[in-house]
Structures are given as structure tokens and as C-alpha cells.
Write a protein that binds this ligand. Structure first.
Ligand SMILES: CC/C=C\C/C=C\CCC/C=C/CC(=O)SCCNC(=O)CCNC(=O)[C@H](O)C(C)(C)COP(=O)(O)OP(=O)(O)OC[C@H]1O[C@@H](n2cnc3c(N)ncnc32)[C@H](O)[C@@H]1OP(=O)(O)O
Length: 275
């Protein structure tokens, strides 16, 4: 791992951590202590085992470094994240599939429970797992109007696990989540703003980053302990369910994803993507 200081747009030094061939780049503004984590896995930031592992490691590092906040964004032109890498569960190797799902569980727990405030800068399409990661941040700013966001699992012939569903319910409420999930609806930026799936719609990435910094800087005036306790209490039931049911969730997903019916749906969906 290498480190270097670079000069930011507002002339403060940024501590930049990077590794060769890294899929995740992080900069930390030395003045504000706010980190920007950029997902950079071409072509669509699909979340496979190695990518998830890198994201989790990076989040743990930020916690150790006691950053004051984090913005999660994408380095790709028009995609925040295409969600889970479908090739991880189409014709899967069962051992790798187990490892992949456990890593997803752990990465999500790490992101959902960060002791520092987080903002998703959604600068591109954000289906399924991409939407999950955005919803797991404390605040969402989406660059409009061209992109879409939502949990579209039913469109793939699969079911969003309970903790995906609970995360969405926590953001938009039971009724809207039920409609969104059963129909697999992908929302435009305006629609997402209207139902509360995102907090702000902005015209470009620079504005999104400025607004993200503004949101995170609010916490300079809040006790970190009070922040963390409040977040833990608010998110407790969703987090605790997964902690208590990790193995059950894993066993179910591994069995269900390998069933002939689900494999057939996934094959057809992958084919449609290639077309
Ligand atoms: C009680 C419990 C019950 C059940 C539990 C059981 C099951 C577990 C549930 C599992 C949950 C899964 C959640 C997910 O995240 S599934 C993934 C859903 N993602 C999508 O549907 C996104 C699909 N992709 C797109 O819509 C577009 O690609 C996108 C808008 C992101 C970008 O469009 P663009 O035109 O720019 O690029 P494309 O040409 O479409 O794509 C480029 C190449 O990338 C490949 N691709 C795209 N998305 C994925 C993906 N998610 N995984 C793997 N590969 C992907 C695409 O095929 C293209 O490949 P090539 O043709 O270049 O080879």
C-alpha cells in the first residue's frame, strides 16, 4: 500500500492511499478529515468477492484512522454500481459462492454500522446491490436526471433477502418498499427524490461532492459518541437480525441460488444484458 499527499481543489492537502491495481481509491481531506472512497472496477462496478473484500478492508481502515466522515462514489462514467456480480451466482462454484455471500454480509454490516457519518454520491445507475450500498449510507445525493436506482431483484427472478428489504423499509417506509420490491421498480432521480429514496438531486458530480461535504460537516458539531449510539439504536433490529441469522441466511441463499429454476432465470437475464 502506498501513500501520498496531493493538493485538493480548495488548496488543502489530501492524504491519498492507493495500491497498484486497486479497485478502490481513497482520499482523505486533511483539514476536514472527510474521506472519499471511489469504486473503480470496470466496466460496471459489479460487486464480486474480491471487490467486496477490498471495500470492507478500506472501511475498516477508515474506522481505524478515525476519519470524520466518508463519501462513497464511483469513478466510472455513468454507473455507481451494477449491484452484485451476477457471475458469482450463475453456474457458481459452491465454495466460492459461500465465501462471496459471507463477504457481502460482512461488508454490508461494516458499511451499515460505521462509527462515522456517510454519504452516497450516486453518480450513475444504481440497481440492486448498488442501491443497497447507497441506502446503507446516512445520506444520498444523486446526480440527475439520467440515472436510475432501485431494488430490481424480482426482475431477475430472485428475491431480495430480508436485510436488503429492511434496509429499504428504513429509508422509504413499509408501503413504498413493498411496491418497489415486488415490482422490482427502478426509479429515475426525480422519482427517487419524490419517494425519499434519495435526499437530494443535483445536476453534476462537483455539486454532489460539495453537498456531501456540507452534510458531513454538520457532524463536526455533534458528539461522535452521541452520533454512533443514535445510529446503533436506530439500525439495531436490522443489524441484529443478520448477526443472529448469518448462517441461516447463507444456507438459504446458497441453496436457493443453485436451484434449477433460479439458474434458468439468471441465465436468461444475463443473456438479455449481453444483448
Ligand atoms: C428470503 C431470502 C430469499 C432469497 C435470497 C436469494 C437470493 C439472493 C438474492 C441475490 C441478490 C442480488 C442482488 C443484486 O445485486 S443482483 C444484480 C442486479 N443487477 C442488475 O440487474 C444490473 C444489470 N446491469 C444493468 O442494468 C446495466 O448493465 C447497467 C445499467 C448497470 C449498465 O449499462 P451499460 O449499458 O452501461 O452496460 P452493459 O453493456 O449493460 O454492461 C457492460 C457489461 O457488464 C455486464 N454486467 C452488467 N451488470 C452486471 C452485473 N450485475 N453482474 C455481472 N455483469 C454485469 C454486462 O453483461 C456487460 O458484459 P459484456 O457484454 O461486456 O460481457
Amino acid at each position: 500500500m502506498l501513500r501520498r499527499l496531493i493538493l485538493s481543489r480548495n488548496n488543502t492537502f489530501i492524504n491519498c492511499r492507493y495500491a497498484s491495481q486497486s479497485m478502490v481509491q481513497t482520499t482523505v481531506d486533511e483539514k476536514s478529515g472527510i474521506a472519499t472512497v471511489t469504486m473503480n472496477k470496470s466496466p460496471v462496478n459489479s460487486l464480486n468477492l474480491e471487490f467486496l473484500d477490498e471495500i470492507k478492508t478500506e472501511l475498516n481502515k477508515l474506522e481505524k484512522d478515525k476519519v470524520k466522515g466518508m463519501m462513497l462514489t464511483s469513478g466510472l462514467q455513468k454507473i455507481f454500481s451494477a449491484g452484485l456480480d451476477i457471475t458469482e451466482f450463475y453456474n457458481p462454484n459452491p465454495d466460492r459462492l459461500s465465501k462471496f455471500w459471507s463477504t457481502l454480509q460482512d461488508t454490508w454490516l461494516t458499511l451499515y454500522k460505521t462509527p462515522f457519518p456517510t454519504a452516497a454520491i450516486i453518480n450513475g445507475h444504481s440497481p440492486a446491490g448498488g442501491c443497497l450500498f447507497a441506502m446503507s449510507c446516512d445520506y444520498r445525493i444523486m446526480v440527475g436526471p439520467k440515472y436510475t436506482i432501485g431494488l430490481n431483484e424480482t426482475k431477475l427472478g430472485i428475491v431480495a433477502p430480508k436485510w436488503f428489504i429492511d434496509t429499504m423499509v428504513a429509508v422509504i417506509g413499509q408501503r413504498k418498499a413493498e411496491i418497489s420490491l415486488t415490482t422490482g421498480k427502478m426509479y429515475t432521480t426525480d422519482e427517487a427524490l419524490h419517494i425519499g429514496l434519495i435526499d437530494e438531486s443535483v445536476p453534476d458530480v462537483n455539486t454532489a461532492l460539495t453537498q456531501g461535504n456540507l452534510f458531513l460537516n454538520n457532524f463536526q458539531r455533534i458528539s461522535p459518541w452521541a452520533y454512533k449510539m443514535t445510529k446503533d439504536i436506530t439500525r439495531q433490529s436490522t443489524v441484529q437480525w443478520l448477526i443472529d441469522n448469518k448462517q441461516k441466511d447463507l444456507d438459504f441463499v446458497v441453496t436457493y441460488l443453485q436451484s434449477a429454476e433460479v439458474q434458468k432465470s439468471l441465465g436468461l437475464y444475463l443473456q438479455s444484458l449481453k444483448k
